[in-house]
Design a protein around this ligand. Structure first.
Ligand code: SAH
Length: 412
């Protein structure tokens, strides 16, 4: 890890404002937990480090804009997860140490929502008084495996998901009442059953114990449903900035057909639909598509439709059917997209592609391949969605106009 920030070369601006929360940031779990890789840097240094990383990987495509950072980069995670287990001191809750299944006990974390952390500590204390045992992964015995808390940043709604190794929940009613008494701000409680030998947190079955079984939150002027298993960005403040930039890059006038690929619960497509003629969303996860359809209705959006499919298969089918699109949005997982997808997008011949990426390495290889297919990056905006970690998000605008200045007249 770089102890000293690397100074970017050239004219690309670096953040001037110091937004430091102090070196090491005072986190007592820093070395043990391993979640925040960059805590040995001030926040300003972290932003510089990320800016330089993006410039090094993607600066060959086009000018890299100054990274958008957080004004107050603490307690930003609205989705908090804790694993439960036992050590000599009794029941513990916390995070798995990087690449292990050893739990590092954590009661409060500087990047997690404070209320969510408080609820998790309360649950741990209640387990003892209700004589409920944490789950033991080695023997596959016991009760509570994980707790997941999700909070709607703008609505204040809170969902608690108790992930249990067995469907049997002794004294569930009294447990729920005791939890609600201590935290009346909780709006829904769900039991999720995960009795498999797996490192995945959530199992397939949900039982709603209190409330609706989901929460809602807003982004810009739309409201979205968040279920226990659906993908939803974890940093609401920066999500608004990221999505606003993506929508700006789409340059919509009201006449366009837009395809939102890897659309999750339909957030970006729904926001874009207000400025487009028609939006088509595609997503692999059927639960997310169900939420997306609900979200469209919830926001009274009529010009959007969603499909459950592999994005590459779907785009290949669209291309075969001779369909056209004006704008393609893509927001793939860390592995990026694949060549079938990119080939099919090139056949659909959109005027613009807006690529939201959570991994600049795969963005680099996808942009290189896009350039071979005649699509060039014109703008790249890094966004710090995950302060203190080494993750970098970026949104790129691609079109068929070549910027020979940046590509040196050559397509690699
Ligand atoms: N755009 C959404 C979700 C982005 S996360 C948002 O901002 O909230 C990436 C999404 O890609 C996830 O919802 C995941 O389920 C989906 N996904 C992963 N592989 C896929 C594939 N092969 N085809 C379609 N969707 C896929």
């Amino acid at each position: 890890m770089n102890k000293k920030p690397i100074k970017p070369k050239g004219k690309t601006p670096i953040p001037k404002k110091e937004i430091s929360v102090g070196k090491g940031n005072g986190c007592p779990h820093f070395k043990k937990c391993g979640g925040c890789h960059l805590q040995n840097m001030t926040y300003k240094e972290q932003l510089q480090y990320k800016q330089v990383k993006v410039i090094k990987l993607l600066g060959k495509f086009c000018h890299i804009k100054e990274i958008m950072g957080m004004e107050n980069p603490v307690h930003y995670r609205c989705k908090v997860q804790a694993a439960f287990g036992k050590d000599k001191s009794g029941i513990i809750s916390g995070v798995y140490q990087s690449s292990t299944h050893k739990i590092v006990p954590i009661d409060s974390c500087m990047i997690e929502d404070e209320k969510a952390d408080e609820i998790i500590v309360t649950i741990r204390k209640l387990l003892k008084s209700f004589k409920l045992k944490p789950f033991d992964e080695n023997n596959m015995t016991g009760f509570l495996r994980h707790v997941l808390v999700r909070k709607g940043y703008y609505t204040g709604q809170i969902m608690v998901v108790l992930v249990t190794g067995t469907p049997v929940f002794p004294s569930s009613r009294s447990f729920i009442n005791a939890l609600l008494e201590r935290h009346p701000e909780i709006t829904t409680i769900v039991q999720n059953i995960n009795n498999k030998f797996t490192s995945l947190v959530l199992g397939d079955k949900n039982i709603t114990l209190y409330g609706d079984g989901y929460i809602e939150d807003s982004i810009l002027d739309c409201t979205f449903r968040i279920s226990p298993r659906s993908f939803y960005q974890v940093n609401p403040v920066m999500t608004t900035k990221l999505y606003s930039k993506a929508i700006e890059y789409m340059g919509l006038t009201g006449k366009e057909t837009v395809i939102d690929t890897y659309c999750g619960t339909g957030t970006i497509g729904i926001l874009a639909s207000k400025k487009a003629a028609r939006v088509i969303g595609v997503e692999l996860n059927a639960d997310a598509v169900r939420d997306a359809k609900f979200n469209a209705k919830r926001n009274n959006i009529k010009n959007i439709e969603f499909y459950t499919a592999d994005a590459s298969d779907f785009m290949v089918e669209m291309a075969k059917a001779g369909k056209k699109a004006d704008v393609v949005i893509m927001d793939p997982p860390r592995a990026g997209s694949d060549r079938r997808f990119i080939n099919a997008v090139a056949t659909l011949a959109p005027e613009k592609i807006v690529y939201i990426s959570c991994n600049p390495e795969t963005l680099e290889s996808d942009l290189t391949y896009f350039a071979r297919k005649g699509y060039y990056a014109h703008r790249i905006q890094p966004v710090d969605m995950f302060p203190h970690t080494n993750h970098v998000e970026a949104v790129a605008l691609l079109s068929r106009k070549e910027i020979s200045k940046f590509y040196g007249g050559k397509v690699k």
